[in-house]
Design a protein. Structure first.
Lengths: 574, 343
């Protein structure tokens, strides 16, 4: 083992000279010390340069700093571009200023300081160098789901020269976007826009489109996935994508119970289609001229703003183009999208009537028309809050946005989390809504949470950006600060693959026979054992704590090191 | 002095920082121009709003990004403002001013992430912000929590007992000409209330609102937990006037209580105004320098792609931290396409 470099930081005189003089004899006693260097301010750029030069002379392979908080050093090292031939993991800071000098009387603090320094020396002697590893990564991506989210990512990636496999379980592309006919922002033709996108996809050389195809099997990790897909004619294809994008969308569902089963209760998609296909008034539905339309929203999915947007947009069109009287019943007017407040105000100016309800409105049929009884809560005095009856020809009911039924299967196949509401992934701020719990698998659009088209498109660009970051160099480099299984100790209990939050552990045949293998099993060349994929591992250490056989260790934090850091068994044995 | 950079980013808030980091990962050199003395912008002034569990306020994500930008070698000019832009798309020459010193930067593309300003609550005269000591904005409260770690009445330094939150101050308000929803304040105010309720269960809150705007996946669950809390009163009504009692420094608020069905006056010992988002103070100057136009609501409008000038984050419309980060990533993608000559 090489020697240790010691840098003492006087921290601009905040650590007194007399105290540092007392430290010298203590440090000199330790045999592994290569040299000791005292600096006035180790966070200054001169001192850092001197330190770099001193370390480059060789003779040492690990270092400690005696001074203040490690955070200070870390940021100034980065700021002044501190380069070192040493491995960053063989470095420790003895924070004597905050941990002893500041809060102890002098006698005690000298003793405590000695302990802290010895602990740091033990930590650097115990730590092993951690190196990086590089794997080649092919510019090939698998996109699951051919809705607008999948299409936008596919087009963006194909343009950058990445080979895209786009699989869609239906016959046609577009997914949920096929229901949208009119953009709310400028009332433009959404279908025309979508058709252009779809034809771009089908004519793009870099996009391999598989319709009526489903993923049936996936193994491997980032950079080396192996996906098996089944086409409608039962043929199976094996793909080797480096990264996977999940955009399976959501499902709309309507519960038609009681009066809602009536033929003149329609969904948003149906009225959208009717509006876009009728050229001039009057508007007919079910053989009847429509004059009054009532929207009932917020019965379901109160936390999604798409219904509010659609209702206000359609109400304006009905009111202006088809001379209908429109009434919107809602709990909250959800206008938290760009331009929506203006649209809402315009709707009110054009004569659309809004009612906010707490109790659900009562519906009945009167002479072939719907009668809707609702309390007018816009009046101040309670005694003036009369019940209002609305006679309406047509009722538009919001569908509920349900998680895609295939989410459970997708989550199992891909090893990504299923949120408690059935949508994919939980709400984790650290993953920034586009990353999944697995490295190399991205997620966007309605399969995570139903949202507006413009937001999905922004997410699409963000996902494309993440993908290009990975594929840009043709290689993926990662630090080996990960967990490692000792196959000799693995009892194949399947605890670690279950607890791993990043699905980085699999059982593979690579080990030699160990004591846990019972006799009577035919001899094999290689026995199964748990294996951590270093490219997929985040180094969180959960498996290390859970492994009953203590077969897993963290390369950058071996047990001995953690115990030393905790102050257990830190005594220097020299 | 003369410098060269692939991209210049105007604004060192969360959107600017994210754009710079992502562009670095994509292989481009960028320079951040920040008018303040330190980077982080508005997003860096928020405190963690966790109660018994994380409430998804994203302030820790911001701290992490600021740390990342300090450890990545990215050129940052603080106390600096852009003053002139010359050249053509792909070959811009930007003149910046730091103190009295003028610098020139040659760059191929420009990202504008000039951010937003919290609404100036003194403009809502009837709420008495700036005149009554115990009327503060949610932004002030956030700063108080970040610096002092506790909520106190500015008048006497005591912990208040009965606090009212006024929503939509500066949003959705025709009288001041702000015809847009700020999109973030409902969730922001409720997160503040929730975390304060957790730390000070004795404080009673009244949440006066118009409509509650949804904010993402777990918002429904979060809202339900707020509504189930007996210490938070939800009243769908915006107050009309605040009166001041000089003796107790308490505040009398006039509003319609729909449960009673009449105009009522209630006394609170502290009022928090949920101020909305308004376009950044510098946006006029920026629009002149970079030749940008405004949207109806006064935010910056995205110029055509060929111009090589891109907008990131909330300067083009209200956004929370999460959406700003995603938007900045999306902008970084557009910039890299532009720089690589794709369209």
């Amino acid at each position: 083992m090489g020697q240790i470099a010691v840098f003492i930081d006087r921290m601009r005189q905040t650590i007194p000279n007399s105290f540092i003089e007392k430290l010298h004899p203590i440090i000199k006693e330790i045999p592994e010390i290569g040299f000791i260097s005292v600096e006035e301010d180790l966070t200054s750029s001169d001192a850092i340069q001197r330190m770099s030069k001193r370390l480059e002379q060789g003779s040492v392979d690990r270092m400690i700093i005696i001074g203040g908080s490690p955070k200070n050093y870390e940021s100034s090292f980065h700021r002044f571009g501190f380069t070192t031939p040493l491995n960053p993991y063989q470095f420790s800071v003895a924070n004597i200023k905050q941990q002893s000098l500041w809060n102890l009387p002098e006698e005690e603090s000298l003793k405590k300081t000695k302990e802290i320094i010895l602990k740091s020396i033990r930590i650097v002697s115990l730590s092993k160098p951690i190196h990086t590893q590089t794997i080649p990564i092919n510019p090939e991506v698998l996109i699951i789901g051919g809705g607008i989210a999948g299409i936008s990512v596919a087009l963006a990636l194909a343009q950058s020269g990445i080979h895209v496999n786009l699989i869609e379980k239906e016959k046609v592309l577009g997914g949920g976007m096929n229901e949208l006919r009119i953009f709310y922002q400028d009332l433009g033709d959404a279908q025309k826009w979508l058709e252009e996108k779809i034809s771009d996809v089908t004519s793009n050389q870099n996009i391999n489109l598989f319709t009526q195809t489903e993923l049936i099997y996936l193994k491997g990790h980032i950079g080396r996935f192996e996906a098996k897909v089944r086409k409608f004619d039962e043929t199976e294809i094996i793909l080797h994508p480096s990264l996977i994008v999940v955009a399976t969308g959501f499902k709309r569902e309507i519960q038609r119970e009681g009066i809602f089963a009536h033929r003149r209760v329609v969904t948003f998609s149906e009225i959208e289609k009717l509006i876009s296909e009728t050229k001039a008034p009057p508007l007919y539905w079910d053989g009847r001229e429509i004059q009054t339309v009532t929207f009932i929203i917020d019965r379901v999915n109160e936390d999604i703003k798409i219904d509010s947007i659609n209702a206000i947009k359609q109400a304006l069109l009905l009111q202006n183009r088809f001379e209908c009287q429109v009434i919107i019943l809602c709990k909250d007017v959800k206008v938290s999208s760009d331009g929506m407040e203006r649209l809402y105000r315009r709707a009110r100016q054009e004569g659309v009537i809004f009612f906010k309800y707490e109790e659900p409105p009562k519906l009945s049929l009167v002479n072939g028309q719907f009668q809707i009884d609702i309390k007018d809560t816009s009046v101040i005095k309670k005694e003036d809050q009369w019940s209002v009856s609305i006679l309406s020809d047509l009722i538009v009911l919001s569908e509920s946005f349900k998680p895609n039924p295939s989410n459970e299967k997708i989550s199992r196949l891909l090893g990504i989390h299923l949120g408690d509401n059935g949508f994919l992934m939980e709400d984790n701020p650290q993953l920034l809504r586009i990353r999944s719990n697995r490295r190399g698998i991205f997620i966007l659009g309605g399969c995570r949470f139903p949202q507006t088209l413009s937001e999905t498109l922004i997410e699409g660009n963000a996902v494309s950006e993440e993908v290009i970051r990975f594929l840009r160099n043709g290689t993926y480099t990662y630090e080996l600060s990960v967990a490692e299984v000792d196959p000799q100790k693995c009892a194949l209990c399947y605890t670690c693959p279950r607890v791993c939050p990043h699905s980085a552990i699999t059982i593979e045949k690579y080990a030699e026979r160990n004591i846990y293998i019972t006799y009577g099993i035919p001899e094999q060349n290689q026995w199964p054992a748990a294996k951590v994929d270093p490219a997929a591992c985040f180094g969180c250490g959960i498996c290390v704590g859970e492994c009953p056989a203590k077969a897993i260790t963290l390369r950058h934090q071996p047990d001995e090191l953690i115990l030393t850091q905790m102050g257990i068994n830190y005594k220097h044995n020299s | 002095m003369f410098k060269k950079s692939d991209v210049v980013i105007i604004g060192g808030g969360i959107s600017g920082i994210t754009s710079a980091l992502e562009l670095k990962e994509l292989g481009f050199k960028s320079t951040i121009i920040e008018k303040e003395a330190s980077i982080g912008g508005l997003s860096a002034s928020f405190c963690c709003k966790a109660s018994e569990s994380c409430n998804k306020c994203f302030s820790c994500v911001v701290d992490k990004k600021i740390f990342e930008i300090n450890t990545n070698k990215i050129n940052i000019f603080t106390n600096t403002k852009p003053i002139a832009l010359n050249g053509s798309p792909g070959q811009y020459m930007l003149t910046i001013k730091r103190g009295k010193e003028k610098l020139q930067i040659e760059c191929s593309a420009i990202v504008i992430a000039s951010g937003i300003e919290p609404y100036d609550a003194t403009k809502k005269v009837e709420y008495g912000y700036g005149r009554f000591k115990n009327v503060i904005t949610a932004k002030d409260l956030d700063e108080m929590l970040r610096k002092k770690g506790t909520i106190i009445r500015p008048s006497d330094g005591k912990i208040p007992q009965n606090v009212a939150f006024f929503q939509c101050v500066g949003s959705r308000d025709e009288s001041i000409g702000n015809l847009y929803c700020s999109q973030v304040c409902c969730a922001y105010a409720l997160r503040l209330i929730k975390s304060l309720r957790h730390n000070y269960p004795q404080i009673m809150f009244t949440f006066l609102y118009m409509d509650i705007q949804p904010a993402g996946i777990s918002f429904k669950k979060f809202l339900n937990s707020c509504q189930a809390d007996k210490g938070i009163r939800f009243i769908r009504s915006l107050p009309s006037k605040v009166y001041y009692s000089p003796k107790t420094e308490n505040l009398r608020v006039r509003f319609i209580n729909p449960d009673i069905g009449d105009v009522v006056e209630e006394i609170f010992d502290m009022i928090i105004l949920s101020v909305g988002i308004s376009p950044g103070k510098e946006s006029n100057q920026i629009s002149q320098i970079f030749g940008l136009s405004f949207s109806e609501d006064g935010f910056l409008k995205e110029p055509p792609y060929e111009k090589g000038i891109f907008l990131a984050g909330a300067c083009k419309g209200p956004k929370d931290i999460e959406r700003s980060i995603i938007d900045a990533k999306s902008t970084a993608f557009k910039v890299q396409n532009f720089l690589r000559g794709l369209n």
